[in-house]
Ligand binder design. Structure first.
Ligand code: ATP
Length: 417
């Protein structure tokens, strides 16, 4: 039986530079020079979006090679690269590397899902890794082992790809020289096979990182083939030092757990749950919009935050009585941060004061005294408001999502539904 060596690497970068995928691509180049072949695309695995120590997107990387006579050389290359390229000066950078030469077991898969859904401590990860036979290498605190074990273990029933183009080291930290017109052209020609390229509502080029990391741009897709076409369309005015395609769990909604009721959800978890809109969404200082949903088990505040821009306008169309399914995560303030929602059933009836025979809407004549018409003086004794069908801007069954610029790495865009 063919045997493989799985290599997991995480927590090598800092807000000031580096990127674990760049380190991986350097390792892959050295592997190639030494005749060490990858057995699958390198993996970029996004983990718990609420993990406390993440630099940006909480991503770990995994490689799979043959377990043959070159294994010790491969391990040497990996460990030396991590030593050489990690941002050790940053307190929050605590690299971890794992090597594993067995089959990926069910308990390893379960661990990986826990790393997406929950918090795991370094001790817990180390104990678990040792118990399944991982060779563990911790640098400084070695927090990266948490993500490294998950990155090799996660089963990918749904997956996407990302092509990452890297800058020449002398250009790190300088303004990226990307021809934006060509990005629009690439999007026009390759969407929806590629996606998340541009946020049209904000005129925002999403393939370009905003940090000083080595990435020039990243193009996300459903297939690896379209990425090469996309790369050939995007024009840049600086050298591309290297590029690499990763297989990822980005944009799969893998972080979303199904909650059958509101009270089942926990803080720092990501869920989809159904509920009835309790109040009209209102905007507060800072531009964040909030409303409550409720079910028989309780209620929770939902938020569409300022960075979600026009999504707040859509949220503002919700009305009390609407039944919706929200997707998102419960953050710091115990508020459900909405990534998208589906309208299950709109409340299309509003109870209003009756209309007088003269055509004017009547007003209350006082508590329990019926209604009166201010125009013609007509009075009616009944206190019952009358149901009226109301026009709604939202549609039953339809999904509404946050814009590309505010989307989480794991969040599945509607173009992938
Ligand atoms: P990216 O490379 O995309 O920028 P990142 O830099 O945001 O990712 P990392 O540098 O990978 O994030 O740091 C995240 C840290 O959190 C890593 O040490 C990782 O092992 C750890 N981690 C990942 N998942 C969990 C989890 N579920 N619980 C606790 N720690 C986690």
């Amino acid at each position: 039986m063919i045997k493989y060596l799985y290599i997991g690497i995480d927590d090598t970068d800092s807000p000031d530079g580096m990127c674990t995928t760049y380190l991986a691509s350097q390792i892959i180049n050295e592997f190639k020079e030494n005749g060490i072949e990858l057995m699958d695309y390198p993996r970029l695995i996004r983990l718990n979006p609420f993990a406390r120590h993440k630099t940006r997107g909480n991503g770990g990387v995994a490689l799979k090679i043959l377990n043959d006579s070159k294994v010790s050389l491969a391990k040497e290359i990996v460990l030396e690269s991590v030593e050489k390229l990690s941002m050790f000066d940053c307190d929050n950078t605590n690299p971890g590397v794992v090597f594993y030469d067995g089959e990926i077991t069910k308990e390893m898969e379960d661990y990986a899902f826990r790393a997406i859904y929950e918090f795991i401590t370094i001790d817990e990860a180390e104990k678990f890794g040792k118990s399944v036979g991982c060779e563990i290498h911790k640098f400084k605190k070695g927090r990266g082992i948490i993500g490294s074990i998950a990155a090799i273990s996660l089963p990918l029933s749904d997956f996407t790809y990302e092509l990452l183009a890297y800058r020449a080291p002398e250009n790190f930290g300088t303004k990226r020289q990307i021809d934006y017109e060509s990005v629009y052209e690439m999007d026009k020609k390759t969407f929806p096979d590629t996606f998340e390229n541009i946020d049209y509502s904000e005129g925002y080029i999403a393939i370009e990182p905003k940090t000083p990391c080595p990435v020039l741009y990243g193009i996300r897709s459903n297939t690896p083939e379209v990425l090469k076409e996309a790369k050939s369309i995007v024009k840049v005015a600086e050298p591309i030092d290297d590029w690499c395609i990763f297989k990822t769990n980005q944009h799969t909604d893998m972080h979303i757990q199904k909650a059958s009721k509101i009270s089942d959800m926990k803080q720092f978890g990501c869920y989809c749950v159904c509920g009835e809109v309790k109040n009209k969404p209102t905007i507060i200082d800072g531009g964040h919009m909030f409303f409550y949903i409720q079910d028989e088990s309780g209620e929770i505040e939902c938020g569409a935050y300022e960075p979600t821009k026009n999504f707040r306008k859509i949220v503002s169309y919700l009305m009390p009585g609407d039944i919706i399914k929200v997707y998102g995560g419960i953050g710091e303030q115990n508020t459900f941060n909405v990534e998208k929602f589906q309208v299950i059933k709109l409340n299309e009836v509003e109870y209003k004061n009756p209309v007088c025979k003269c055509g004017k809407r009547m007003t209350s004549a006082g508590k329990d005294k019926g209604f009166k018409c201010k125009k013609c003086g007509n009075k009616i004794e009944s206190n019952e408001k009358v149901p009226e069908k109301i026009h709604r801007s939202l549609k039953n069954s339809k999904f509404y999502e946050t814009p590309v610029s505010a989307r989480r790495h794991l969040s599945k865009p509607l173009c992938r539904f």
